[in-house]
Ligand binder design. Structure first.
Ligand code: PLP
Length: 223
């Protein structure tokens, strides 16, 4: 089932977005067992993303195939220490305080952490992240921190059937991404697109998708 889903998705997702950029698929692995994740990796998944520090720690050494590790969930500053040096890309830098602490702890450990700035593109109260209008100013502030390498932007579109709305938000994200990319060649990822909206996101110029349900099926929150 997982293997088939991965094969189908890898066939369905265009290799490149309309901007000619390679589209990377990150498997969103929250609540999945190491066995399920390993199955996905065997089928061709190269990147996996966790939401919860505890899960990341519990499963870390049981994942085979050496996929790239992403952290895509809300991160409390007191838990940074468990992730340092083990995460290839933090997608969810959603507040200044987290950026500062991550930089401080990275510097103390003698490393640089790759991050994306999370944007609350739908201005939703239930979601974290900076306002789209603050993106450039936030980028400049975070860029000034010593031990972070800013590589782009991340967003979650609202849950909505309004395709025109989603397309317009995704397009705004791409425009802001392009604005930053024009001033900084380290900017290379626009992480946007989940199981329900990834086609819209790729068409608008996303180059990194985070898919859970379409790989692993519906999540069981009662386990
Ligand atoms: C769970 C999750 C996803 C994947 O969502 P699906 O709808 O299952 O594809 C993507 N991004 C984040 C941040 C998530 O928490």
């Amino acid at each position: 089932m997982i293997k088939e889903n991965v094969k189908n998705l890898l066939a369905e997702i265009p290799e490149k977005n309309p901007f000619g950029e390679k589209v990377t698929l990150v498997a969103a692995v929250k609540l999945q067992t190491a066995q399920a994740i390993n199955e996905a990796v065997e089928a061709g998944i190269t990147d996996i993303g966790d939401n919860h520090v505890q899960e990341f720690r519990d499963k870390f050494s049981f994942i085979s195939g050496n996929p790239k590790r992403h952290f895509i969930g809300h991160l409390q500053t007191n838990k940074i220490k468990y992730l340092l040096g083990k995460v290839d890309l933090y997608h969810s830098v959603d507040r200044m305080n987290l950026a500062e602490e991550l930089s401080k702890k990275s510097a103390a450990a003698n490393l640089t952490s790759n991050i994306l700035i999370q944007i609350n593109v739908g201005n939703e109260e239930s979601k974290g992240g900076f306002a789209l209008e603050e993106a450039e100013q936030t980028y400049k502030k975070i860029k000034a921190l010593p031990a972070l390498n800013v590589q782009g932007l991340m967003a979650m579109l609202p849950f909505s059937d309004d395709t025109a709305l989603l397309e317009s938000l995704a397009k705004k994200m791409r425009e802001t991404y392009d604005l930053l990319r024009a001033q900084d060649s380290n900017i290379k990822y626009l992480s946007m697109g989940m199981s329900g909206d990834w086609q819209i996101c790729v068409n608008a110029g996303s180059n990194m998708l985070r898919l859970g349900t379409s790989i692993f099926g519906a999540r069981n929150y009662n386990k």
